[in-house]
Design a protein around this ligand. Structure first.
Ligand code: C5P
Length: 218
């Protein structure tokens, strides 16, 4: 592949999405939010009344989804589901359907299709390990659970959504456990990934670090 790819993997609420968007903007690259694909699959499966433990049934709805992506919004048919996708409840649905190898397989090609010139920044859990193993630069982004819970809390409060910091932390730790312990494509740094802990970094400093690694890549 000649199309350059930067992968950003890491746990829930580590700031992958923001970092991917900013790096994409700086380099003029497209952005793949792979979590949105698992979220939309979880949401559609729930709406269809499927048993989320039935991997084959959930995987079977993937090719029937009328998905489109426009200006950072995700559409299911004509419905803009972006806000619904970001809800904590949808994140939990996503992590339930994401354990199934059949679901991951069903979403594989869809993710590869985002690799288009002039380049791609892909964020998720297994971008550097499974989907784009030949990526030009791989980042594994972390932050302490306390930092992540606090950021998510502020985000929700600023949107006028009430939230409880303790239960947010419990939810994200439960999601991390499921993501790390599943047998297919568990959350783990690629062996050639750059580790970045942004607990004490501003967004600008994290972006600058990634751009620096990009400029000095071999
Ligand atoms: O990144 P985000 O929080 O949107 O992802 C939601 C869930 O989707 C994650 O907790 C994880 O279970 C799953 N996921 C995944 N592989 C990815 C992206 C997301 O398993 N590449």
């Amino acid at each position: 592949e000649d199309v350059p790819v930067i992968t950003i993997d890491g746990p829930t609420a580590s700031g992958k999405g923001t970092l991917a968007d900013e790096v994409g903007k700086a380099l003029g690259f497209g952005v793949l939010d792979s979590g949105a694909l698992y979220r939309v699959t979880g949401l559609a499966a729930r709406r269809a009344g499927l048993n989320l433990d039935d991997g084959a049934a959930v995987a079977a709805i993937v090719p029937t989804l009328d998905l489109s992506f426009r200006e950072g919004h995700v559409y299911l048919g004509t419905e803009d589901v972006s806000a619904r996708l970001r809800a904590e409840a949808t994140g939990l649905l996503a992590s339930q359907v994401a354990v199934h190898p059949a679901v991951r397989q069903a979403l594989h090609q869809l993710q590869l299709n985002f690799r288009q010139l002039p380049g791609l920044v892909a964020d998720g859990r297994d971008m550097g390990t499974s989907i784009f193993p030949d990526a030009d630069l791989k980042i594994f982004l972390t932050a302490s659970a306390a930092t992540r819970a606090e950021r998510r809390y502020k985000q929700l409060i600023s949107k006028g959504v009430s939230a409880n910091i303790e239960s947010l932390r419990e939810d994200l730790e439960a999601r991390d456990e499921r993501d790390k312990n599943r047998s297919t494509s568990p959350l783990a740094p690629a062996q050639d990934a750059q580790l970045l802990d942004n607990s004490a970094l501003t967004i600008e400093a994290s972006v600058a670090q990634v751009l620096d690694w990009w400029q000095t890549r071999r």
